[in-house]
Design a protein around this ligand. Sequence first.
Ligand code: NAD
Length: 419
Amino acid sequence: MAEFEFFKVIQGYLDQAAKACDLPKHVALILSQPKNEIIVHFPVRMDNGEVRLFKGYRIQHNNMLGPFKGGIRYHENVTLDDTKALAAMMTWKCALMDIPFGGGKGGVKFNPRELSSGELMRVTRRFTHALGANIGPEYDIPAPDVGTNGQIMAWMMDTYMNTVGHVEKNAQKRVVTGKSIAVGGSNGREKATAQGLIHCVTEWAREKSFPLEGKTAIIQGFGNVGGHTGLLLSKLGVSTIAVGDHSGYLYNPEGFNPHKLMDHVKRTGAIAGYEGGQPVTREEFFAVKADLFAPCALENQVGVDEAKMLQVRLVAEGANGPTTPDGENILLQRGIDILPDVLANAGGVTVSYYEWIQNKRSETWELEEVDARLETAMKRAYHRTRNFAREHGTSMRVAAYGLALQKLSANYKERDIFP
Ligand code: NAD
């Protein structure tokens, strides 16, 4: 696969969108780099008694609209530049969704699957401690991403609360979102990213007069976003006929049972070994004829080769950055629509914001209320993005960036540059 420089790719989209919305030069300049880049190294004692040194990042891209906000990734390929790209995307996402947050992202470079639960907890606690006052409920608010989940967020929260000082301790729950419900998480947060994606897909289908009932999908990544996407699609009568993750790819023309497959992944950590499908190669997976493709794993998955192979009508990006610019050009030339990441997976941060408000007000919202708010927010963002694309003759991706930049630009115009 061609070399993929994630941060440069994101800067390329920023340049295109800046032109489309006449962004003042100095705003484009400010947004072209993150505000803060934090790198930490911290030791953790492993179960075998040895001490291992870990490298962690927190990138704070922009906080013009509110506290930095974004996930924490645990993965062996985490790099500074990729984290910068992901942090910038959070700035666009929050601006597009009219959420009063800025953009951030963090990560620790290691493979979490190789660690015991106790080791994972110690890595999380030492990382949180190393970040210290660089995170905070009104300053920078982490959430789950690849390799992290509600349990990891609960450990982050607990560590922060125990180190921040006694008097304020109980007011600090909202230092992270995406927590398990038991410790202050929100109803509907776990499925929120997938739910937001589904709202975009249903709006797209309605506009295209393309009834979803009886249609088929293929999904790459069957973790939080991919698994919930499979479940929610099945509720719409869309059957998932091929899936893939780090362990391989499976095909089942009759459609997978997403509940059973999710249970299998929860038990074993991967789709490998699931009996309800036949193993296929990555190439065979991409060539499966279906109606939708939801990439829900990592960036840089749909390059030129994959874009030529795909036999679908729509690519709905659950993952961040799954399609390369060359891949995108080919998909669009072939008449395949794309629901871009900044829009399509923004449901996660939207419900993270609801969680943060609930914590701040000591409230618990019913699932129906969370779902209804998310639906309104996603549909509004979808239509605004589509309208921008039509008016400015851009792709949906550049339109999503353009709307975000317009919002940020209006703020820079009024507030101007300090001093
Ligand atoms: P997760 O850790 O729950 O799942 C990640 C999935 O990707 C797993 O199924 C894993 O096996 C698969 N994967 C990893 N490496 C792979 C490879 N080389 N090839 C194929 N599959 C591979 O993570 P998640 O939270 O579901 O995040 C998935 C994507 O969605 C990421 O791009 C993330 O940034 C994005 N995202 C997540 C959220 C959220 O709320 N969790 C919100 C917005 C965007």
